[in-house]
Ligand binder design. Structure first.
Ligand SMILES: Cc1ncc(COP(=O)(O)O)c(C=O)c1O
Length: 368
């Protein structure tokens, strides 16, 4: 059976080349006599896999030496708690809420702040909830605390399809903490603008079960003494993400994805393809004379996750059924916003996106 066109929001498409390499190496990893899944995480083979994955990621993203790269578990959701646990330390932190994911991060921080050192609190620096998360806040709406322990943002809202363009990431004088789960590695990024970057792997990095944290060394060592050891970034950094058994197969797969990205021309190379892919889908929406609409302000439309609704929702089921017959998977929108969503991560080939755009154009012509 052929592989279909996968527009799932995550876990999502992986590069076919990577899956084939993993398949080839599955039973016997390069003469080791066993699978990566079966080898000790402290053995020299796996240590080499981990070191290479980290070096390749550092090269791809241009991660300076003063940042630690951690390969953790618990998903991005665990980071919603782990970040305040490590960084609040009796202070206040600011959150900018631009969609469901940053809202969840804010609520989780609100939940745990009272159990941290006295004076720990979180503030809502701006929210676009009243605009149904279809835009970014303008400068006048953002009320920043110059003494905040950190400022948290989600640079790509997977459900609402709102992405913060790199040029809108300003230095506010406090460490910037960013949830990049759904667009990490999709475009070049200036890591030095951030204090901490985190991402669940299952969109642009590899399989679920691996969580990436890139943290400036100045932010290490602030966790309270009562913090669980496993959740202390400083301890994880000291132990090279090997405090306990790391998600070994996920790290191996991520390493293969990093190598694949290098062959695609690195982040600048993949960004060019991502621009082209996103332009095809937005054109199918915008040129449909209202048959499809995407509500997001054009200056912050995501290149990775494109939600859209049909003017006649009674056609939704038909759209999805026909899409499935055409080999197009994962297009149903998130239940909180309805309609459709095309997630076009790095590993979704340009060809698949062309097939989707043609399908959308044809469906609109026939039903419009
Ligand atoms: C932007 C963003 N943040 C956080 C999460 C939660 O990730 P996880 O399932 O790895 O906890 C997701 C998952 O879709 C996401 O898209």
């Amino acid at each position: 059976m052929a592989r279909l066109h996968n527009f799932s929001a995550g876990p999502a498409a992986l590069p076919e080349e990577v899956l084939r390499q993993a398949q080839e190496e599955l039973l016997d990893w390069r003469g080791s006599g066993c699978s990566v899944m079966e080898m000790s995480h402290r053995g020299k083979e796996f240590m080499a896999i981990l070191a290479e994955a980290e070096a390749d990621l550092r090269a791809l993203m241009g991660i300076p030496a003063q940042y630690k790269v951690l390969f953790l578990q618990g998903g991005a959701t665990q980071q919603f708690a782990q970040i305040p646990l490590n960084l609040l330390a009796g202070r206040s932190a600011d959150y900018i809420v631009t969609g469901s994911w940053s809202e969840k991060a804010f609520k989780e921080a609100q939940k745990i702040a009272p159990s941290l050192a006295q004076g720990s609190s979180v503030r809502l620096a701006a929210t676009t909830k009243a605009s149904h998360y279809t835009r970014l806040p303008v400068a006048e709406e953002i009320k920043l605390d110059p003494f905040a322990a950190y400022l948290h943002v989600c640079t790509n809202e997977t459900i609402h399809g709102v992405e913060i363009p790199a040029e809108r990431i300003a230095d506010t004088g406090v460490p910037l903490v960013a949830d990049m789960s759904s667009h990490i590695l999709s475009r070049p990024v200036n890591v030095e603008k951030f204090g901490l970057i985190y991402a669940g792997a299952q969109k642009n990095i590899g399989p679920s079960g691996l969580t990436l944290v890139i943290i400036h060394q100045d932010l290490l060592g602030m966790a309270p003494l009562c913090a669980p050891t496993l959740l202390d970034y400083a301890v994880q950094a000291e132990n090279g993400s090997m405090l306990n058994t790391p998600p070994t197969f996920g790290i191996y797969m991520a390493g293969l994805v990093f190598q694949w990205l290098q062959k695609e021309g690195g982040l600048a190379g993949i960004e060019a393809v991502n621009r082209e892919k996103a332009a095809l889908i937005y054109a199918a929406i915008d040129d449909s004379q209202g048959f499809y609409t995407n509500p997001v302000d054009p200056d912050c439309r995501s290149r990775m996750n494109i939600p859209f609704v049909l003017a006649r929702p009674e056609l939704d089921a038909e759209f999805l059924a026909e899409a499935k017959t055409a080999g197009l998977l994962g297009l149903k929108g998130h239940k909180s916003v309805g309609g459709m969503r095309a997630s076009i991560y790095n590993a979704v080939p340009l060809f698949s996106v062309r097939v989707l755009a043609d399908f959308m154009n044809d469906f609109a012509r026939r039903k419009g």
